[in-house]
Design a protein around this ligand. Structure first.
Ligand code: CAA
Length: 260
């Protein structure tokens, strides 16, 4: 399949996947989610000859700035909010359950669905310019692509609760200190080089052992919390606060929440 919003390049058994919608800071619209599904669920699902995937975002500003807020308005009516969250979660499970390691190299913003995408990857390398956050509450919303679950898994309940409830952003060093980033590098090139070094190492091991290690690591985590997140996301998209939050973003002003 040809991709519109993903750039794919293979080099020495490593697949370089770049999310490319730079004008929207690589925000995940429906088309991009479909392409990720196509890549991880079909085109590369049976590719046993590769060592792994390195995921980056196009441009200097962002890895991925979140789900596409401008698409939200049309896709969250009726039960659309829960359906949207479930769809994103399902695509991200394809990444988490991929048979080879997937490493995200984060340069610039990884916010909302972008931070959740990075967390669905098996490892994360942050450049000094990386900024992580779950800013959904600014939109009268909650994280819906697995963020409430994976942030807790990676950094623990106390800090995850603080980041989700305050919408605070953190830089690369703090992400590393908390365990969200495996390594920090000076720039994108160094980040990709570090990810390549890791994949060359994992690629020299028994492929079945790599795949089964990933299976067993994933089995440690229960999925019931993800279902609770889908329901809570769906409820939050039915509020006036959500409509106000999204409208305020589009109009580039501060939201005025009423709690309804
Ligand atoms: N969706 C759609 N468009 C987005 C976007 C997003 N998530 N993030 C940025 N953009 C667009 C902006 O609207 C802008 O477009 P225009 O040029 O047409 O106005 C363009 O990208 C550049 O962005 P800014 O002008 O805002 O750039 P900035 O440097 O001033 O700010 C930013 C950068 C702080 C990342 C800011 O863009 C921002 O706050 N973005 C939204 C981040 C966010 O809230 N993400 C969470 C989304 S909800 C979610 O992901 C839910 C979930 O869990 C599934």
């Amino acid at each position: 399949m040809s991709y519109q919003n993903l750039q794919i390049e293979e080099k020495d058994g490593i697949v370089h996947l770049t999310i490319s919608r730079p004008k929207a800071l690589n925000a995940l619209n429906g088309q991009t989610l479909s392409e990720l599904e196509q890549f991880f669920g079909n085109d590369y699902a049976e590719r046993n000859d590769i060592h792994g995937v390195i995921m980056t975002g196009a441009g200097e500003k962002a890895f991925v700035a979140g789900a596409d807020i401008k698409e939200f308005i049309s896709s969250t009516s009726d039960n659309g909010g829960a359906i949207l969250a479930k769809r994103g979660q399902d695509v991200f499970f394809l990444i988490e359950r991929f048979h080879r390691p997937v490493i995200a190299v984060i340069h610039g913003f990884a916010l909302g669905g972008g931070c959740e995408l990075a967390m669905a990857c098996h490892m994360r390398i942050a450049t000094e310019a990386a900024r992580f956050g779950q800013p959904e509450v600014n939109l009268g919303l909650i994280p819906g692509y697995g963020g409430t679950q994976r942030l807790v898994q990676l950094i623990g309940k106390a800090k995850a609760t603080e980041l989700i409830l305050t919408a605070d952003m953190i830089g690369a060093q703090e992400a590393h200190r908390l365990g969200l980033a495996n390594h920090v590098t000076s720039d994108l090139e160094a980040g990709v080089a570090k990810a390549t070094e890791i994949l060359e190492k994992t690629g020299s091991k028994g492929p079945v052992a790599i795949e089964e290690s990933l299976n067993a690591i994933n089995a440690y985590f229960s999925t019931s919390g993800f279902d609770a997140e889908v329901e809570a996301f769906g409820r939050s998209t039915k509020t006036e606060d959500f409509r106000e939050g999204v409208t305020a973003f589009v109009e580039k002003r501060k939201a005025n929440f009423t709690g309804k």
